[in-house]
Design a protein around this ligand. Sequence first.
Ligand code: FAD
Length: 399
Amino acid sequence: MYDVTVIGGGIVGLATARELLRQHPRMRVAVLDKEDTLGKHQTGHNSGVIHSGIYYAPGSLKARLCIEGRHELRSYCRSKDIEVRPVGKLIVALTGDELPRLNVLWDRGVANAVEGLEMIDGAGIRKREPHCAGIQAIFSPATAIVDYGSVASALAEDIRAMQGEILPNHAVTAILQTGGRLEIKTGNGAVTSRTLIGCAGLCADRLAHMTGGSRDPKIVPFRGDYLVLTPESRHLVKGNIYPVPDPAFPFLGAHFTPRMNGEVWLGPNAVLAFAREGYTFGTVNGAEMLETLAYPGFIRLALKYPGVAAGELYRDLSRSAYVDWLRRYIPKLRKENVRAGPSGVRAQAMNSDGTLVDDFVFEGSGAVMHVRNAPSPAATASLAIGRYVARRASEQFGL
Ligand SMILES: Cc1cc2nc3c(=O)[nH]c(=O)nc-3n(C[C@H](O)[C@H](O)[C@H](O)COP(=O)(O)OP(=O)(O)OC[C@H]3O[C@@H](n4cnc5c(N)ncnc54)[C@H](O)[C@@H]3O)c2cc1C
């Protein structure tokens, strides 16, 4: 029997298990994942950006854990010889209309004590990014890039080195609570444990429901497709170039991001995925799609922002429209400069009133705790989230 079983071998589950073992070296800890390899979902399908912490409401968990986590992540990567590239980032306003929102971000960045921020004008933008349009931008030198897959592998090695067990191919299907212990049924046999922490990303609400938790907030999967610059076009972008985000949505907007392997990715957009793990337009799971479409929160959101949703869908279906949208930032960009890239699916929690849950959400009672909302910047914040959850779990479980 394990003392703690963590369900989900993404970066959040792995960081949590590692931290538990650091705090309680003799504890028996297992990490279960339904896939044959770790980090197969959000952890392995993201932009690879180490966020600085500009965007998040001062005082929120996102702001605090992003900034703490960024510092921890960078020193962890140093200790493990994982390369971090400090490429910086511009958040670019194209028109005067966007300046009030850019100023709000500036104020947030200052309130969150993000290091080295500069407000620069159009000439300043061109000095840093010669091919980028824009009239004003926030430059954030603390933003960097990393390969989160490598970070997840290093965390898994640490867990094994501390005698933790990692069990892939263990899809959790039911959880029974009897006589002070939990019986966790999986597609590969049952696992018994004194306590449990759910870190199941796109399935977080389902896991919570299995242990008697509320179905709300519900995870709504938002797919994002990337385009990739052709090798000859990579010179168009040096560092991260982001739009000023729409405050109605928790997503940061399609951006230009250099990758550790030298590629440059453009995106991701944000459209409803037709399956929780629907990485292509054609991946449809009828039951999951109906579940989302019938959810009152989703209907309310769709009715509130029909134009935004239609625009995202149009750009998803038309490469030309997607490139036209991106060209507003890099005027030299043409359809021939890009090819189709990978996709990711974001696990975004939504309330039944249609509001998207902005902050990280952790919930627990008795022998069970769940990470219910850990969207971006949870990869940046993963080590801090792991520490936060491990501390809360230690108190709640009396470890
Ligand atoms: C397109 C995209 C771009 C992003 N860009 C960034 C970025 O640049 N920077 C950043 O900081 N963040 C970014 N994020 C967010 C970040 O990737 C996620 O917040 C983070 O990876 C969440 O990690 P996780 O461990 O909670 O989830 P996941 O990595 O999704 O892991 C959850 C795990 O749970 C497992 N699981 C689910 N159900 C079960 C079950 N029943 N039984 C067993 N196992 C189960 C899954 O197989 C999975 O491995 C991005 C996300 C996306 C999708």
